[in-house]
Design a protein around this ligand. Structure first.
Ligand SMILES: Nc1ncnc2c1ncn2[C@@H]1O[C@H](COP(=O)(O)OP(=O)(O)O)[C@@H](O)[C@H]1O
Ligand SMILES: [Mg+2]
Length: 369
């Protein structure tokens, strides 16, 4: 199920192999393209944040700053527009600026992850090009259960799960209770991992009381965790070096999960104890992980860039935890780190994402590569 015209063997970016010329070339070339730059712009859009936004929500602004910096270094004007629940107003502001392309960093609207697809759907209707996946793909992949159903129907392995509405089953196994729509490990800590369905139901009810929204229980996999970053080049997904998340500093018995504190609380033990590494894997395992990620790309019609989170089961088979159609693009997050491991500068990464979104005929970036 890899894209028909994309050869998996051909699309692998070897470690430390630099793709193309130095990023400085892009910045230098931009001065000769000054005339084009005045007309063209890439409008960065992000969610309008409410006062008291959480660390994971504020991260949108870090991404905006870093993506804008990279675009400017590429010689591209990069204004910024926040979009809130009043989508018509947001879209009107986008239209007024007549961008050549929109760089879509909207992860939710009004703090609601289920609205992730709304803006790109409307941009598509308005004929405005935008980076990343389309609204439908963002919507389906963000609904963790809808995504799992689709994967199972197409033979892509993902852990078993149940919701609060499910009929009682045998009281087996360890489960992890996760948010259906929210990402960034929202609501995930050690108490999210429980033994038995009854405990999982109780935790789902507790999370709904505490945070609202929908929660479900997924079979907890103790196996190794991999983040697979895919970057589109020439219409085909390139698999960036496979990153493994390690939990070396976790006490025995502590659930090996990248919870909220591990991602966002710099003072937490978990933040320091979780480390990203790029291991040399046995070829069959590496192939199985790559194949699974590429099948997801194909199945969901992903576009531009994406990160697939995978864990191994007891037989070392890769199971998909989730498909991140718009993974965090901060410099210190997994996607940029995998690109750097492949020898791609941050500017080059942003340039590839933009090029995948641009119509052929645009003059934007014509001096950059
Ligand atoms: N089924 C699972 N088994 C073991 N750990 C899991 C499982 N699901 C999630 N986790 C842990 O929780 C983290 C966050 O879960 P994930 O499904 O990737 O949601 P998100 O990153 O969108 O919050 C994962 O990186 C992993 O460490
Ligand atoms: Mg994840």
């Amino acid at each position: 199920m890899t894209p028909a015209s994309c050869d998996d063997a051909a699309v692998h970016i070897a470690r430390k192999v630099h793709i193309g010329g130095p990023a400085a070339h892009s910045a230098r070339a931009s001065s000769s393209g000054a005339k084009t730059m005045m007309r063209d712009s890439v409008l960065i859009i992000h969610e309008e944040l409410a006062p008291g936004a959480r660390a994971d929500e504020l991260d949108a602004l870090v991404q905006v700053r870093e993506v804008a910096g990279a675009l400017q270094r590429l010689g591209v004007a990069a204004p910024v527009q926040a979009i809130g629940l009043d989508i018509d107003r947001g879209l009107e502001a986008v239209r007024r600026q007549r961008p050549t392309c929109v760089f879509n960093l909207v992860e939710s609207l009004g703090g609601r992850g289920e609205l992730i697809g709304a803006v790109p759907k409307l941009l598509a209707q308005a004929g405005i090009p935008f980076t990343g996946s389309d609204g439908e793909t963002l919507h389906v992949t963000s609904h963790k259960i809808a995504a799992k159903r689709r994967m199972m129907a197409h033979g892509i392995a993902t852990p078993d799960w149940f919701t609060a509405a499910a009929r009682p089953g045998d009281d087996c196994c360890r489960w992890i209770v996760k948010s259906l729509w929210e990402h960034a490990s929202f609501g995930l800590d050690d108490t999210s991992v429980v033994l038995g369905r009854a405990a999982a139901r109780a935790t789902m009810a507790q999370r709904t009381r505490e945070f609202g929204g929908l929660w479900f229980a997924e079979r907890y996999l103790e196996g190794r965790e991999f983040n697979v970053s895919l970057l589109e080049q020439g219409g085909c997904p390139q698999v960036l070096p496979l990153a493994e998340m390690t939990f070396a500093g976790y006490a025995p018995g502590k659930p090996k999960i990248v919870g909220y504190a591990a991602k966002w609380d710099e003072s937490a033990i978990e933040y320091r104890a979780t480390q990203r590494v790029y291991p040399r894997l046995a070829p069959p395992l590496e192939q199985a992980i790559r194949r699974t990620a590429l099948e997801c790309w194909s199945l969901f019609g992903l576009h531009g860039y994406t990160r697939i989170d995978i864990r191994l089961d007891e037989q070392d088979r890769p199971l998909v935890l989730e498909v991140n159609a718009n993974p965090c693009l901060s410099l210190d997050a997994g996607f940029a780190a995998a690109a750097a491991e492949a020898g791609l500068s941050y500017e080059r990464l942003i340039e590839h994402i933009l090029k995948a979104a641009l119509p052929q005929e645009t003059g934007l970036l014509k001096h950059a590569v």
